[in-house]
Design a binder for this molecule. Structure first.
Ligand code: GBH
Length: 491
């Protein structure tokens, strides 16, 4: 096994981007301030106060609406050149539609973005990180084909408002997590549990909305604003449980196609992967449906989708071992049942903070290679890792996070230098402890600790903040830095 000691033999080039990320609902708070409309997360958690693990919501969160200047100072402390943030759609358009733009929302983001520019930090702005305006949720959210137009209208408003200073955009954050957990299960709001149909409708219209916003930017804004626009997709690495078993290898491939290919293939090649098309069509037919549960794109839509991202935004946290498994494990119909694999994690992979999360750094390198081979090289683009980080239960001496960042960043260096994967940047999740969706405030991903009992939401750097700062500064990984047991780290 690889020894993680001493100084890394590879370094990050000067033009390599280092950033940190947050998202609007997870940090802003001020849920009803200044005429902000409700997002579907606001509405859902007010209606179901016990939905989250600790009965919390993000009405206040880290109160970044009021504390944004401090956030910018923290990013400066880290030396990070980029900040990935998202806009709250209902803060800008309280009802979701563009007939009324909130002055307060307009001003808030202008102030925040200008504060970043003043500090020499480049904003990377996501249009949609899950906080849909609730009035649009009432109309079916992403299952409604009309959402494609409403998203385009929203995109036009924000390109007009901020395109002078925002040069890196992403449309959607992790559509897979959003559609699968929110529309196909109950794990995320809106908890529709419309398994087998809802997650595919959501996928379909989110893809079209993304592509429409891309074409809009390309045609009307890029000529004068000269920015880049992409999308952020998430993926676990799928490893065959038993590498010598053909069934397990097929299972791992099926998983990657059904979860990542289903988005990446339309965006880079115009349509769903053949495997996904056939699998869902066949399952639907067997189950007595007249039409496939996965909608079809028209030829015009295929053209609109094809090549609709200037870079590949990739979020990655953890890996799973895959093996085929019979349907009794899953609800029918469902995306899980269609995929037909069972997931587990190797007992030797440590689990620092949540059931779903275990540490397997080599999986990151393998995923970077998969993405590079399938989508990046062919399209002559590059990867920006838009999220990666570790969850634990809190504490300032976060040695597990330190070890995680060192090892995952080292695997990135191996992918870049040994495998020639084209990687332009890396964004750590997250700047500070935030509202962690259904986990509430119980699991922590932050480089800064946030005291959620203090009215000021006091921020304190963890040891991992020091480490990240050092990596950004030296452009190298020193495995012995801030390591209580440096010589004993093994993969
Ligand atoms: C990303 O989502 C998000 O972009 C970000 O907002 C979030 O804070 C961050 O990662 C950390 O979670 O298998 O039923 O146990 C990742 C979403 C949600 C993925 C939970 C894994 C496990 C669900 N994650 N999910 S389950």
């Amino acid at each position: 096994p690889l020894m993680y000691t001493g100084l890394s033999n590879y370094t990050f080039p000067d033009d390599f981007i280092f950033g940190v990320a947050t998202s609007a609902y997870q940090v802003e708070g001020a849920w009803n301030v200044g005429g902000k409309g409700e997002s579907m997360w606001d509405t859902y958690l007010h209606k179901h106060p016990n939905y989250t693990a600790d009965g919390s919501n993000a009405d206040i969160a880290t109160d970044s609406y009021h504390n944004y200047k401090e956030d910018v100072k923290m990013i400066q402390y880290l030396g990070s050149s980029h900040y990935r943030l998202s806009l709250s759609w209902p803060r800008i358009l309280p009802k979701g539609t563009d007939n009324y733009i909130s002055e307060d929302g307009k001003r808030y983001y202008r102030n925040l973005l200008e504060e970043l520019i003043k500090a020499n930090i480049t904003p990377m702005v996501t249009l949609f990180h899950w906080d849909l305006p609730n009035p649009l949720m009432d109309l079916g959210g992403w299952t409604n084909p009309k959402m494609v137009d409403y998203f385009e209208d929203y995109a036009r408003v924000v390109f007009e408002l901020y395109g002078d200073i925002v040069k890196v955009w992403t449309t959607m954050n992790e559509p897979h997590q959003h559609c699968y957990n929110g529309y196909g299960t109950t794990y995320f709001a809106p908890a529709l549990n419309a398994h087998g149909i809802g997650e595919y409708l959501c996928t379909h219209y989110i893809l079209l909305a993304h592509a429409k916003a891309y074409r809009l930017y390309d045609k009307e804004f890029r000529p004068k604003q000269h920015g880049q626009l992409g999308i952020t997709l998430d993926a676990f690495w799928a490893e065959p449980k038993n590498a010598s078993s053909q069934e397990d290898r097929d299972g791992a491939e099926a998983y990657l196609q059904m979860h990542l290919g289903i988005y990446a293939h339309p965006i880079f090649s115009g349509n769903y992967p053949d495997f996904v098309r056939q699998r869902v069509d066949n399952m639907s037919l067997q189950q007595g449906f007249t039409r496939s549960r996965l909608p079809y794109f028209s030829q015009e839509e295929v053209e609109m989708l094809k090549g609709s991202s200037d870079f590949f935004g990739l979020n990655h946290y953890t890996s799973y071992l895959m093996s085929p498994c019979a349907g009794e494990n899953y609800q029918k119909p469902s995306m899980d049942d269609d995929t037909g694999v069972c997931l587990e994690q190797h007992p030797s992979w440590t689990k620092p903070g949540a059931d779903w999360f275990s540490v397997y750094p080599e999986g990151f390198r393998k995923l970077l290679n998969f993405v590079n081979n399938n989508y990046v090289q062919k399209n002559n683009i590059s990867i920006i890792v838009t999220e990666n980080g570790l969850c634990d239960h809190g504490g300032l001496k976060d040695y597990e996070r330190i070890a995680y960042y060192k090892k995952y960043l080292y695997q990135l260096l191996l992918a870049k230098n040994l495998d020639n994967v084209n990687i332009q940047g890396y964004v750590a999740w997250t700047l500070m402890d935030v509202f962690e969706w259904s986990d509430g405030y119980k699991t922590k991903f932050g480089l800064f600790h946030v005291d959620f009992n203090s009215p000021e939401r006091t921020r304190t750097p963890k040891l991992s903040a020091k480490l990240y700062k050092e990596i950004v500064r030296t452009r190298q990984i020193d495995f012995d830095y801030l390591s209580p047991e440096s010589s004993r780290y093994q993969s």
